[in-house]
Design a binder for this molecule. Structure first.
Ligand code: MG
Length: 449
């Protein structure tokens, strides 16, 4: 098993590909990347986090860096604190949605956003060079900063109508998968006058359900929403950059609909561009068309969406996997921003979550992955490009085909690409109903297998 290195960072299975030697080389190379200056670090609740954190701190300090450790916090909190503290960079120790045996380093540059493709290539090159260390009188220091939650929450409260939300006294069930979102999200919800029903908010790092906030992992949250008569249920992944919603009837509205719901809300208040990745639901295109605003689609990976937002400006951005990016708060996916906006929608419109979800354009998405040791033969994508020449296509990230004139698939699309975070090839298909989505998915799965 090799280490996964991509724009999403460096991921491995602890004890197999993620070893003390790797921790040391990440810390030593990142020290050089940051010019031996100040680095903010934070982590999720995985059981391997404390030991990795010690190794990383050690390499950074012996290289001469000043480390500010902000403890167990969501990934977006680390991003915000890099900017807030004017640090040279940051590292999040979290394998995000990967299962508990994984851990990873997510690397943040001086602007508080993930390293770009070019920056991370430069970093990978530094990992292969000899490292330089300081003598006893030149080593760095570690300080612990406990106020990161407050900084993050304050930023969110500044972009939403907190007073309108407080008046409604919402009852909210929260499933943080015992991850880094647990404590800060309960604090945010309390600030918003919500009555919180915690589900998996123990921060013990043992994931009591699948780590991704996808519908099949949310049955306990769904049951709690119903039995506790909550107005809404929120689910995060272990590092709390992704958000999924369960309506008051206990029905997961689908993580694709998080960005659809928020984009519709934000853009109808004030027009502007919306940026999403190639795998995100077409519901966002429909909403943008209705509101007369432009949509840009990018390669998958948060930094790709962020770079496009930075380059041409955007009112809102995100990824269909439950990632909401509000440039007013910070250029990074943030489940807490998503929660703030969703509660604002419910407060301002006075509608139930089920009614809000019913108002969204109807699509069905099927996501699948094929484990292919040697990767997918590139010639298959080339052949498909020819075969579907009449359709709308993008090949900036694998191949995405939008069926604009197809007897069976019209109105749907498929995206075929190698994953950044797992050794798999992904197939994402979306159709106007379950039958069409299934038809598209099966057709391309058969071709690839
Ligand atoms: Mg994540």
């Amino acid at each position: 098993m090799t280490l996964m290195k991509s724009v999403s960072g460096i991921r491995g299975i602890v004890g197999e590909s993620l070893t003390p030697a790797i921790i040391n080389s990440v810390g030593s190379a990142f020290a050089a990347y940051c010019n031996f200056s100040t680095v903010v670090i934070g982590r999720d609740t995985r059981p391997t986090g404390p030991a990795i954190e010690k190794g990383l701190e050690s390499a950074l300090v012996l290289s001469g860096c000043h480390v500010i450790n902000i403890g167990i916090v969501p990934t977006p909190t680390v991003q915000i604190m890099v900017e807030h503290l004017r640090a040279a960079g940051g590292i999040v120790i979290s394998a995000s949605h990967n299962p508990v045996e994984w851990n990873a380093f997510k690397l943040i540059g001086g602007t508080g956003t993930f390293l770009t493709a070019a920056e991370i290539e430069h970093f990978f090159a530094l990992m292969d060079k000899p490292f330089t260390y300081r003598t006893w009188d030149g080593i760095g220091t570690v300080t612990h900063e406990s106020g990161a939650d407050t900084v993050h929450i304050r930023k969110i409260l500044s972009v939403i109508d907190a007073e309108a939300i407080r008046k409604r006294r919402f009852r909210v069930a929260l499933d943080s998968v015992n991850g880094a979102g647990s404590s800060i999200t309960i604090k945010l919800l309390s600030e918003l006058g919500c009555d919180v029903v915690p589900v998996h908010c123990d921060m013990n790092g043992l994931f009591p359900r699948g780590a991704e906030p996808v519908a099949e992992n949310l049955s306990i949250l769904s049951r709690m929403v119903v039995s506790e008569k909550a107005d809404v249920g929120f689910a995060q992944d272990p590092d709390a950059d992704r958000l999924a919603i369960v309506d008051e009837a206990g029905r997961p509205i689908g993580e694709e609909n998080t960005i659809a719901l928020v984009a519709e809300h934000v853009l109808s208040k004030k027009a502007g561009r919306v940026v999403i990745n190639l795998s995100t639901t077409k519901a966002v295109d429909d909403i943008a068309r209705r509101l007369g605003v432009p949509v840009a689609r990018t390669k998958v990976g948060e930094i790709n969406v962020v770079e496009e937002m930075r380059r041409h400006g955007a009112r809102i951005g995100g990824e269909g996997n439950g990632g909401v990016i509000s440039p007013e708060v910070h250029l990074g996916r943030d489940s807490l921003v998503g929660i703030g906006y969703v509660l604002e929608i419910m407060a301002e419109r006075g509608m139930t979550m089920s009614a809000l979800a019913d108002g969204l354009p109807k699509y069905v998405m099927i996501k699948g992955k094929i484990s292919l040791a040697g990767g997918v033969d590139g010639s298959i994508l080339k052949r498909l490009k020819k075969e579907y020449a009449g359709q709308k296509m993008s090949s900036i990230d694998g191949l995405r085909i939008e069926f604009i004139s197809h007897p069976e698939f019209q109105g749907g699309w498929v995206h075929l690409r190698s994953s950044n975070t797992e050794p798999v090839f992904r197939i994402i298909a979306e159709g106007r109903d379950a039958r069409q989505a299934e038809g598209i998915f099966r057709h391309f799965e058969k071709l690839l297998l």
